[in-house]
Structures are given as C-alpha cells and as structure tokens.
Design a protein around this ligand. Structure first.
Ligand code: NAD
Length: 316
C-alpha cells in the first residue's frame, strides 16, 4: 500500500509515519507539508517521500496522490486561539484545504481518505459524554473549519462514493509535540515549564476536563483503519471516554518530572470548551482490538522526550 500523509511533518503526522513504517503491508509513505507549524526535522531519518508545499496547490496534490491507495489528511492550522487571532488563515488551510484534498483524492481514482476533525465541534453543547450525534455548537473559527472538514468528507462519500473516515480527535499529546510556541497544548507546555523551573500558567480554575489521548494510541487506530480499509461517513470520536481535569494533571506531571509545580492563575481563554469527554462506543465497535495507553505512561514518556529535547538544545 502507498499512503499519503498530509501534514506529515507535524506532531501526529510524523508519529504516524513512524508507526506505518513498522507495517510490511505499507510499501511507501508520502508526506505533504508546507512546514507552517511542522518541522522537517520531525521526519529526518524516516523512509518517506517528502513533497514540500501547500495542500491548496492542486498540481502538487495531483503529483503526490498519483498511484497512491489512501490519504491520511492531517494538514491544518491547529489551535483554537490561533483561529481566533486569524480566522481566515484557519479557514483557508483547514476548510478549503480539505476540499482540495478530497477533490484530488476523487480525481486520483477515489482514494480512501481518513481525516482529522476535532472534539471542538461539540463546543457549547453541554451534554456529556460527547456522542457523535449530539448537535455541533462551534465556539471558535477553528471548530467551524473542522465541522466543514467532516461535512465535506460526508458530502464526497454520498456525491462521489469516496471511501472516507472522519475522526474527531480529542486532546492528543505525546513525544514530538512542541512546547515552544504560543499555541502549545497544555501537557507539553506544563512539563516543559516544570523542567525549566517556571510556574505553570493555568487559565480559569483548573476544573475544566479533557479526554487526553496518547499519540501512539491515535496512530495505532489510524494504521488499523488504513490496513482494514475502514469506511464510515459519520464522524468517529477518537478518544476512550476518560475525563481528566487540568488540576488532576499536576500530580501526574510532578511524578513524571520529579519537580514540584507552582501555579500562575490567569483568565479563561476565549473559545475554549469547558468539559470534554468522548463517548467511545462507535470507536470501540469499529476498532475492537485497540487498547489505549494509560495517561500515566503517556505523560512519563512525554516527559522523557521533552527532557532529552531540552538537553539537546541547551547550550553546552
Ligand atoms: P501540527 O501543527 O503538528 O501538524 C499539522 C501539520 O500540517 C504541520 O506539519 C503543518 O506544517 C501542516 N500544514 C498546515 N497547513 C498546511 C497546508 N496548508 N498545507 C500543507 N501542510 C500544512 O498539529 P497536530 O497536532 O499534529 O494535528 C494534526 C491534525 O489533527 C490537525 O488537523 C489538527 O487540527 C487535528 N487535531 C489535533 C488535535 C491535537 O490534540 N493535537 C486535536 C484535534 C484535532
């Protein structure tokens, strides 16, 4: 099988490339990435064909999709606050970009397309756990772009028989996730702050909850979906129905880093969802053999990776 990963130089995409390399059924991995938030060093040393460029470039997509079997579409400008700063940039990359990917997949002979939507589409809908058939209530431009992503997959399925699978990722974390930018996710940001002896910035009171999913678990689901060619036009939550508050994370990170946390409290973030917990019934029915990596194990591996990164980049 020849697989294209859009956004393959990013956090989840490069981890997926590493996972797919372990499967003998996968003969070639192609990565398309414009390196806007990803890095070339994430795929350094991996056996991948790299197409540097934008998913809005139809000619580049045509070249990269030629002769491929499937596409895992991860390219997007992630982050809620980034989309609040610049809604149009998020729309172009995430919504228009997805349409371009689907059009190229259709023209290349109806490739299997698996794409990343997000739990942010549930937004202001207060019901828990988040079942896929709850009504969407986006609270940020980012959430709208992800709703468009999954809606376009559904439309291409029904209009053109494109074999699709839209996943709603929840809070994915793990080795490879950058902590050194303003839109960094909470787990790498806090681990990195603790390793450097800085206080943890806490938005709100810390009782907000998340369904954290370890990146290796996500990649194992994606690989299984590719290898068994799982097709499902309805969105599928990719999380295992856990519920961890930000305050609950602190002792786990303290244990993994061996450092005592100091909090710096600040205001809630605009567009942030308060509680997030997946209903995983649909996921478990489609992927019965996948068991998630426990949070404690994932945080410990993430801390090990960030510690090594800090050593490598600190002045000798
Ligand atoms: P990431 O920023 O590390 O990866 C995204 C990659 O896409 C980057 O390498 C970036 O350079 C590339 N990219 C962005 N715009 C592009 C464009 N126009 N053309 C080509 N490449 C482009 O983020 P990630 O955390 O790996 O996220 C992967 C996907 O999962 C995204 O679609 C994101 O919205 C989604 N997602 C992630 C999470 C999470 O917790 N990490 C949660 C929900 C959804």
């Amino acid at each position: 099988m020849k697989i294209v990963i859009t956004g393959g130089a990013g956090f989840i995409g490069s981890s997926l490339a590493r996972t797919l390399m372990k499967h003998c059924e996968i003969s070639q991995i192609r990565v398309i990435d414009n390196l806007s938030t990803g890095r070339k060093e994430n795929i350094a040393g991996l056996d991948v064909h790299f197409f540097e460029g934008d998913i809005q470039d139809a000619a580049l997509l045509k070249q990269a999709f030629h002769g491929a079997d499937a596409v895992v579409h991860l390219a997007a400008l992630p982050s809620v606050p980034r989309s609040v700063q610049d809604p149009l940039a998020s729309h172009h990359a995430n919504a228009t970009g997805t349409l371009q990917v689907l059009e190229a997949a259709r023209r290349a002979g109806n490739l299997h397309v698996i794409a990343a939507s997000s739990s942010s589409v549930y937004g202001a809908n207060p019901r828990l756990p988040k079942r896929e058939d709850l009504s969407a209530a986006p609270m940020s431009p980012y959430a709208v772009t992800k709703l468009a992503t999954e809606a376009y997959l559904s439309a291409y399925h029904y209009s053109f028989h494109l074999p699709v699978l839209p996943f709603r990722f929840f809070n994915v974390y793990g080795p490879g996730q950058r902590a050194d930018h303003p839109y960094a996710a909470v787990i790498p940001k806090w681990i990195s702050a603790m390793l450097e002896g800085r206080p943890l910035t806490l938005h709100g009171d810390g009782t907000q909850t998340r369904d954290f999913t370890y990146v290796d678990t996500v990649c194992r689901v994606l690989a299984d979906a590719l290898l068994r060619r799982v097709v499902e036009p309805r969105p599928v939550n990719l999380a295992f129905s856990t519920r961890t508050s930000l305050l609950d994370l602190i002792p786990q990170i303290e244990a993994a880093t061996g450092v005592r946390a100091h909090l710096e409290r600040t205001a809630d973030r605009v567009g942030d969802v308060f509680h997030s917990q997946a209903d995983s019934t649909r996921l478990r029915a489609l992927f019965p053999t996948i068991t998630p990596t426990p949070l404690e194990e994932g945080i410990s591996a993430t801390a090990d990776w960030l510690r090594t990164e800090q050593r490598m980049h600190s002045p000798a």
